[in-house]
Design a protein around this ligand. Sequence first.
Ligand code: NAP
Length: 270
Amino acid sequence: MNEERLLLIGASRGLGLALAEEYLQRGWHVTATVRAGARTKLHELLERRPGRLVIETVDINVGDQVTALAARLKGQTFDLLFVNAGVKNDDSETIADVSTEEFVRVMVTNALSPLRAIETLRDLVKANGTIGIMSSGQGSVTNNQNGGYEVYRASKAALNTLVRSFAARHADERRTLLLMAPGWVRTDMGGPQASLGIEESIPNLVNTIEARVGRVVSSIWTTAGGPFPGKSPSVDGDEVPVDEVDEMAAERHRCVGCQEETLAGSLGSR
Ligand SMILES: NC(=O)c1ccc[n+]([C@@H]2O[C@H](COP(=O)([O-])OP(=O)(O)OC[C@H]3O[C@@H](n4cnc5c(N)ncnc54)[C@H](OP(=O)(O)O)[C@@H]3O)[C@@H](O)[C@H]2O)c1
């Protein structure tokens, strides 16, 4: 059987754990990571769903661990690499009072480390496979009308920009590259007041990824989850109906090699 295979970074709990479970339910083989040391909910999932789940360890902030993971997985190929790991700081902490150490922790974990992980692990992804990264609607510069969450927002905006740069630098590759925004979801990070349950966000997020897989054009997508029915708002800008995005993406694909920007928020053809 030709089993589809996912390499998922950061799956101990929350959205990462739910992604592992969702892909297992859809018949995929899942290699998912936790940070070393503790027993996690992913280990409980392995007990409930043995056979197609393998647990690996990596802290994405430790370069040697990412390199070692790539070495351990050498020879395997994945249809999808998804980097979910992320952190936030205290919600009320502004740029005026955050410590340099805390700013660096959030920036490194949310922006630098995901890109380093992708650079190190991307050769494990099939040439026509997909690389996904968990961003956030908070990372949109355009949509930042109300402020708040200043450090976290900045880290996801940096992530979005770095992924666009990655896409431009690897413009000759055919892998699909997707930045995803899951909506505001009730997890340890999202908190109990968040608008979406995990079960409302993750199946839609996976549907959105699957709808984009195999397309040459890479864009910034969100899930079409609860708050955005029928829409696929760009992480980096305007809310755009899915059909229009497809048309604009196709237009952009025709524009490979030209300088014109045809879709604000797109990553460009690859
Ligand atoms: N929940 C929301 O409303 C929301 C909205 C938009 C975007 N997001 C994004 O979605 C992703 C998952 O969020 P969540 O709500 O599920 O958060 P969460 O419950 O706090 O889980 C965060 C996950 O990231 C892992 N992680 C953190 N730092 C890591 C590191 N250095 N190396 C490896 N793994 C690390 C954690 O592992 P440990 O258990 O070892 O700490 C955990 O598995 C994040 O990127 C977040 O920014 C969430």
